[in-house]
Design a protein around this ligand. Structure first.
Ligand SMILES: [Zn+2]
Length: 689
């Protein structure tokens, strides 16, 4: 894997050691012992750790001259622990809480974040929101960070809470304190009292972060240029390009909720195309940070497999106990989970993901947070996740990449445009050229429709008429019937799509599936059937559901439905089966097939001249209530998974890391083999000497 941080290749096993600690417990931090503390880390095979310099309560954990040191701490926690870690080869980052700080909030009313009416946030909270545009930054944050940079044996900073509202951006999070009013009046001539647009609010939030990060980087340059900067949230789509450029490490807290164990895969398949080094973060806790529960070891190993199998590094959140000690069973669990990583990380570090299908995420303006300006503000949580889930479950090699960071589209054999349509004009022009030069471009639903017009109609060989709209209270349902070549595993009946569909006509394209209209829009009491999802008309409509068109040397495929959003919402398997068949029909070069259930994820990497096929197994227990997280208490291996990998030659097929050869055949550019067993992850290496 290519990393910006030189030592990141040796840091696949990370712990984020929370130490938010109030001062009232009498036993607080009384039993801290640096050597015992680091003994646990070493036993747990930890390669990098974030250690607290200052917590949300405003307590510092080192001998600070400018801040407030935790009253229960006699030693210098940061110094002793970081030095002990360094002696044992463990990298460290100094954790510092920026915009959540109870003590600063209590003692300095003019440092508080304020909303437009002057309301603050913190009086009845465990911690308060403070503003980085106030003297809080100059009098406390910068001097403390400088103390650490000058005097502490750490490898960098881990900065938390970049803006007061955490990941939330927009007018509700924008600070209106006197310092902010003065700042934006001076810099931009903006009067906050008069109100700003949601877009401007996000620009101001981004500018705030860019400006303080620039100051922090300057301070690092002056003190210890080796230090790296990690900032929470920066791994995600809710930051802009400049903020990403100002950090080496971008964190993404992707711990599963409910039974959503693909959340890490989505983070890594996106983050491996980002400009920061991704820190994929989960927790050892069952639900929440600091709740001091411990998830089963097989659950944590599954999460680790999901992250490293896709090329990511793992960070696991823990919390120091009230008395300053760690819980030994946590490090027994980590020893197993991180031991699993340790045996495989050298291969992953040297491997690079093979690019085939790229889901190209729209970025309308790279000065704004990447998700800003999208008509659907939850696109990243719904539509993009739906596309990722559908492709991963189809065992199709997929990357997720921001359009603003992709300089050369010709390196992507297939590009899929999820919704919404928010590509700048230059990206639209590059997509036309991409198809002309031989690329395969797939658009769905409204991914090219904006302002009532379909961009690239000529490329797709269709004409757009309108979105289908139904009179209320009709329940949206449309039916489609695929052509035999793209029916795949779907049942031979009219297939339902319970979501938005679009009316287009052919203008040179070939139809691959037809729309069948409902018998009637469901409007009780007169026009009703047993189900609100009206049966399909027997006759096909004049409108295609899916089309393919040759343009230049390439192909353009259109699916006239919000199929990714619908799949995320419904999990209707026929939608995935149809898209699986459709994509393989239009692109016979998709690099592998895996005869396995949808709970096996595949990721293909190149390893020098070899190929590495990672097969990740998610054996998830039943889902309970919405708040519950499905446990993974035991994982029984699956057996005999037949695979095909396209390649031009192969000399041996070997299971890693054990190095055991397995039988294979090679015929017509396809290598076939059967993976005997997958417990958490199989790594199959196709040696091509
Ligand atoms: Zn402010």
């Amino acid at each position: 894997m290519q990393f910006r941080t030189p030592w990141y290749k040796q840091a696949f096993r990370q712990v984020h050691m929370d130490f938010h600690m109030p001062e009232f417990p009498r036993e607080a931090i009384r039993r801290f012992d640096a050597r015992q503390f680091v003994d646990h880390l070493e036993h747990g095979k930890v390669a990098m750790i974030a250690l607290f310099a200052k917590c949300h309560f405003g307590n510092s954990f080192y001998n600070t001259r400018v801040g407030h040191k935790h009253a229960g701490l006699e030693q210098d926690f940061l110094m002793e622990t970081a030095a002990e870690c360094r002696r044992r080869g463990i990298r460290t980052l100094a954790y510092y809480s920026l915009c959540w700080e109870k003590r600063a909030w209590d003692e300095n009313p003019d440092w508080r974040w304020q909303d437009r009416e002057g309301k603050t946030h913190g009086a009845d909270q465990p911690w308060g929101w403070v503003c980085m545009n106030t003297p809080y930054k100059d009098e406390l944050v910068m001097p403390q960070l400088r103390e650490i940079a000058e005097g502490y044996p750490v490898d960098g900073f881990w900065l938390d809470i970049p803006i007061p509202a955490g990941g939330g951006l927009g007018p509700a999070s924008l600070c209106h304190c006197p310092s902010c009013r003065a700042k934006w009046r001076t810099q931009l001539g903006i009067d906050l009292a008069a109100g700003v647009s949601p877009e401007m609010a996000m620009r101001l939030d981004m500018m705030t972060i860019e400006q303080y990060l620039t100051e922090i980087r300057q301070m690092i340059q002056e003190t210890n240029p080796e230090l790296v900067v990690a900032l929470n949230v920066v791994g995600r789509a809710t930051m802009n390009r400049r903020v990403k450029e100002l950090c080496e490490i971008g964190t993404w807290e992707s711990q599963p909720h409910g039974n959503d164990y693909l959340s890490h895969s989505f983070a890594v398949r996106t983050g491996r195309n980002d400009i920061t080094d991704l820190q994929t973060m989960t927790v050892r806790f069952y639900q929440h940070w600091g709740d001091l529960t411990l998830k089963p070891t097989p659950q944590l190993i599954t999460e680790c497999a999901s992250i490293i199998g896709n090329g990511g590094v793992v960070a696991v959140g823990d919390q120091v106990g009230v008395d300053g000690t760690l819980q030994p069973p946590v490090y027994d669990t980590l020893a197993e989970a991180f031991g699993f990583i340790e045996e495989r990380e050298k291969l992953i570090a040297e491997a690079e993901p093979v690019r085939h299908v790229v889901v190209l995420l729209p970025v309308p303006d790279d000065k704004l947070p990447f998700v800003a300006g999208l008509a659907n503000p939850r696109a990243d949580q719904v539509i993009w996740r739906g596309a990722h889930k559908m492709l991963v479950e189809s065992h199709i090699q997929v990357d997720v990449a921001y359009s603003a960071l992709e300089s050369d589209l010709s390196k992507c054999p297939m590009i899929i445009l999820p919704e919404p349509c928010a590509y700048p004009k230059d990206v639209i022009d590059r997509l036309r050229e991409y198809v002309r030069q031989g690329g395969t471009l797939v658009a769905v639903g409204s991914s090219l429709i904006k302002g009532g017009a379909f961009a690239l109609e000529d490329v797709f060989g269709i004409r757009f008429i309108e979105p289908f709209s139904m009179p209320r209270p009709a329940t949206p349902v449309m039916h489609f019937v695929p052509a035999a070549a793209v029916r795949g595993e779907t049942a031979d009946i009219a297939l339902q799509l319970r979501g938005q569909t679009f009316k287009v006509v052919l203008d040179g394209a070939e139809e691959l599936a037809a729309i069948h209209l409902p018998q009637a829009w469901f409007q009780p009491p007169q026009r009703a059937f047993r189900s609100p999802y009206s049966p399909a008309s027997r006759e096909r409509s004049p409108f295609p559901f899916a089309t393919v068109h040759t343009f230049g040397k390439g192909k353009a495929v259109y699916v006239a439905a919000s199929i990714f959003e619908t799949y995320w919402r419904t999990c209707h398997h026929w939608l995935r089966q149809f898209m699986d068949a459709l994509l393989r029909h239009v692109d016979p070069t998709i690099p592998y097939r895996v005869e396995a259930a949808t709970n096996i994820e595949a990721n293909l990497m190149s390893l020098g001249s070899d190929l590495l096929l990672n097969l990740i197994h998610y054996q998830i227990a039943h889902q309970g209530g919405r708040e519950a997280i499905s446990a993974i208490e035991r994982v029984h291996p699956v057996h005999d998974i037949a695979c095909e990998v396209r390649c031009n030659k192969v000399d041996a097929v070997v299971l890693e890391p054990e190095g055991r050869s397995i039988p294979y055949t090679f015929d017509n550019g396809i290598c076939r083999f059967v993976v005997p067993e997958i417990q958490y992850m199989a790594m199959v290496r196709l040696k091509r000497s």
